[in-house]
Write a protein that binds this ligand. Structure first.
Ligand SMILES: C[S@@+](CC[C@H](N)C(=O)[O-])C[C@H]1O[C@@H](n2cnc3c(N)ncnc32)[C@H](O)[C@@H]1O
Length: 279
């Protein structure tokens, strides 16, 4: 059932878009002095070894983070993300990639908390090992949809939840909507970031509409298509951000065209940044 292992894909172009959106959003939320809580329903291992057999088998990171981590012309708003990647690779060779939990941990402050959920036993063991000794982090072996609803709202009342399933089962498209809607009912002040793969036009549209029908608003949509002419497989990566921090749209606009130019297959990359629904 849980055959998907993120270690094969860590640092690919889809991860880069998701993690760049995440770090921008968390950076804006962390500007306020008050503590916040970060939730992740599908956390993975937390950190990835790009020299390991699984990452080397696909080589996907070379076409993702490998294209930008050392560039000198990076837009300012992307620097916190790239600084965290560079800090994970102090020898100057791209050997490791911080997953979303490690990126969030790098950006958050001593008084913030991270509540991470991962169902796969091996990935959960790796996640726990990644954060051993970090008192801000609770890593649960738990269904992320159920856990997100059960563990919200946080005492801090502020924060962000990332929902990042693999979509290896079609039920994930429904699962993210139901869990986000249920968490939103308990915690309407939270920000919710939902990642999705772009394989065709239909499923991303249905996902956005379902969240609108569930009553979430406002919702910002950000998409990066790497290769619009690709007939099969993963063409692009998208994130819907419900109740985004103030000015997130402007911040994303400052780097999305640049990132598309770097990651897109020549002449076939495209981006989109719009409001699915306003206030
Ligand atoms: C796309 S990966 C997560 C990657 C991670 N968010 C990152 O960006 O670094 C999805 C993860 O969800 C886990 N998973 C699958 N179904 C789950 C469920 N119902 N609840 C929690 N985790 C689940 C998988 O084992 C996998 O590690």
């Amino acid at each position: 059932m849980l055959s998907y292992r993120h270690a094969f894909h860590a640092g690919n172009f889809a991860d880069v878009l998701k993690h760049a959106v995440l770090t921008s959003a968390l950076g804006l939320l962390a500007r306020k002095d008050k503590p916040l809580c970060y939730y992740e329903s599908h956390a993975g291992e937390g950190r990835y070894d790009l020299g390991g057999a699984r990452a080397r088998r696909t080589g996907e990171a070379a076409q993702g983070i490998g294209r930008l981590w050392e560039r000198a012309d990076v837009p300012d708003a992307l620097l916190p993300y790239l600084r965290a990647v560079r800090a994970a690779n102090p020898a100057g060779r791209l050997a490791a990639y911080p997953g979303s939990p490690a990126l969030a941990a790098a950006l958050l402050r001593p008084a913030d908390r991270l509540v991470l959920m991962e169902l796969n036993a091996a990935d959960h063991a790796a996640l726990r090992a990644t954060f051993r000794g970090d008192r801000r982090v609770a890593a649960h072996r738990r269904d992320g949809y159920e856990g997100l609803v059960a563990l919200t709202p946080p005492a801090e009342r502020r924060g962000l939840a990332l929902l990042d399933p693999s979509y290896e089962v079609v039920g994930d498209w429904k699962g993210v909507v139901e869990a986000t809607a249920a968490a939103w009912a308990r915690w309407p002040g939270g920000c919710y970031a939902i990642w999705y793969p772009i394989l065709d036009d239909a499923m991303p549209l249905r996902l956005a509409r379902a969240l609108v029908v569930a009553g979430l608003r406002p919702i910002l949509r950000v998409e990066l298509v790497r290769d619009g002419a690709q007939p099969l497989g993963l063409k692009g990566s998208g994130v819907l951000v419900a109740n985004p921090p103030w000015t997130l749209d402007r911040e994303l606009a400052s780097w999305l065209p640049w990132l598309t130019g770097v990651l897109g297959v020549e002449g076939r990359g495209a981006w989109r940044l719009d409001w699915v629904v306003g206030e």
